[in-house]
Design a protein around this ligand. Structure first.
Ligand code: IFM
Length: 455
């Protein structure tokens, strides 16, 4: 996809929060430093064949040591906020029990450096790096992990709460449930299919308990980052629309309904462990805002046992038992990852959220949006961001209350099972030297943010 220079972006509200997102496991490296414990991803990446390019994240982008340079890049970019994640195994090496002060020191330094540069720190407490010790006792399949998560959240808030105002509890619990526990493509590599559902419930419970812990420490600005995207049916047939409805439930309602409406979609609660009704009260405490990570829509049809999933769905091998099958979306440009580029689906998604949740929907933030392309003259990424920001503006004009937008990601980084082969950064990383080089998209966004600031 290449594009002609586009006219300036439409004007966003003056107090709109512009930011970029990263996560600890994808950037920090330094996995054995300053008392950090092992994470589920450390163990997963050490297993042969798990990561496509055979890499691991022991060094990643070395953000742990180069955070000052990264903060400089953020300041020069002109964003108001930096969304990063705190690594649970760095703060509580065994997942429960003793807190590692040296691990918290890193986030202390990072937060201070951000504030000194006039950038708001927005930490996510959990972005998939479950402490390995907890994984060994069942990980998110067991209730205790939710309780340990709340204790960890309390420890982080105790240290950073005097300077951090805005918190995110979890990132994309749907992906961890589906890819980590259901299909085995991500850590911890379990292939439980629908028996993975307890992991969804316990993450939600962990979220609710963490919200309580943060509020007890005085936090007043708390959200969650869930991945969502419109689900399109492959045809109008009953079989295809039924399959699409089911997939929509998994991606768009399994997490949002309990959080926003205090109930699970029909038929789910019966399959979950624990005092679900009581848990739902904890899970559905009102949020200050709700984060949406949007990348692409999904086209779904009735099961087709012999068809491999298309690139739209990561090209992964899907078990024949699934009651749906992803199809390739035709007629749109694609990123180098093979994902279709469909900006208007973001407008569609935000319209659908307003319609589905009505007055129960708190203000929204787009907590991730971005794309993977090679090269530093990344005009395709510019076109992607430009198109999605216009689509977002359309949704806001139609009434969506969206307060901020975060690009995924500041730098290229470790893209999970894909290793380093996928480049989502506004800043290029040379993995041999770890040199950072801003791409054309970085300069474009910098200009766009300056225009916005001029008012
Ligand atoms: O890199 C990931 C991130 O960790 C979670 N959201 C999607 C991104 C791109 O795949």
């Amino acid at each position: 996809m290449t594009s002609e220079p586009a006219p300036p972006l439409p004007r966003f509200p003056r107090d709109f929060l512009w930011g970029v997102s990263t996560s600890a496991a994808q950037t920090e490296g330094a996995v054995a430093e300053d008392g950090r414990g092992r994470s589920a991803w450390d163990v997963f990446t050490a297993e042969a064949g798990r990561i496509k390019d055979g890499s691991d994240a022991r060094v990643a982008t070395d953000h742990y040591h180069r955070y000052r340079e990264d903060v400089g890049l953020l300041a020069d970019l002109g964003v108001g906020a930096y969304r990063f994640s705190v690594a649970w195994p760095r703060v509580v090496p065994d997942g429960s029990g003793a807190v590692n002060a040296a691990g918290l020191d890193f986030y202390d330094r990072l937060v201070d450096a951000l504030l000194a540069a006039g950038i708001e720190p927005v930490p996510t407490l959990f972005h998939w790096d479950t402490p390995h010790a907890l994984e060994e006792t069942g990980g998110w399949l067991v209730r205790e992990t939710a309780e340990h998560f709340a204790a960890y959240a309390d420890a982080v808030a105790a240290r950073l709460g005097d300077r951090v105002k805005r918190w995110i509890t979890l990132n994309e619990p749907a992906e961890l449930t589906l890819l980590g526990y259901g299909l085995g493509q991500h850590a911890p590599g379990r292939t439980l299919l629908f028996d993975a559902l307890p992991a969804a419930h316990h993450q939600l419970l962990g979220h609710g308990l963490a919200v309580r812990a943060l509020r007890a420490r005085g936090a007043t600005d708390i959200g969650i980052a869930n991945s969502h995207g419109p689900t399109w049916a492959a045809s109008g047939s009953e079989a295809d629309t039924g399959a699409a409805d089911f997939y929509d439930l998994l991606l768009n309602r399994l997490f949002a309904d309990p959080l926003l409406l205090g109930r699970y979609p029909e038929g789910i609660a019966e399959q979950l462990p624990g005092p679900v009704t009581d848990d739902l009260k904890v899970i559905s405490q009102p949020l200050d805002w709700y984060g949406i990570n949007y990348y692409q829509p999904t086209l779904i049809g009735a099961p087709q046992p012999d068809t491999a999933a298309p690139a739209d769905f990561g090209g992964i091998a899907l078990p024949p038992e699934l009651p749906f099958s992803p199809r390739r979306i035709e007629g749109y440009p694609r990123t180098d990852f093979g994902w279709p580029v469909v900006p208007h689906a973001l407008t569609e998604l935000l319209d659908a959220f307003r319609e589905r949740y009505g007055p129960s929907l708190p203000p929204l933030m787009i907590t991730e949006n971005g794309c993977s392309y090679e090269g530093t003259e990344d005009t395709d990424r510019i076109a992607f961001l430009d198109g999605h920001l216009r689509a977002l503006h359309d949704a806001m004009t139609a009434g969506a209350d969206v307060r901020g937008y975060f690009v995924w990601s500041l730098t290229d980084n470790f893209e999970w099972a894909e290793g380093f082969a996928r480049r989502f950064g506004l800043v290029h990383i040379d993995y041999a030297t770890l040199a950072r080089t801003p791409k054309a998209s970085y300069h474009w966004l910098r200009g766009a943010l300056r225009d916005q600031a001029r008012g």
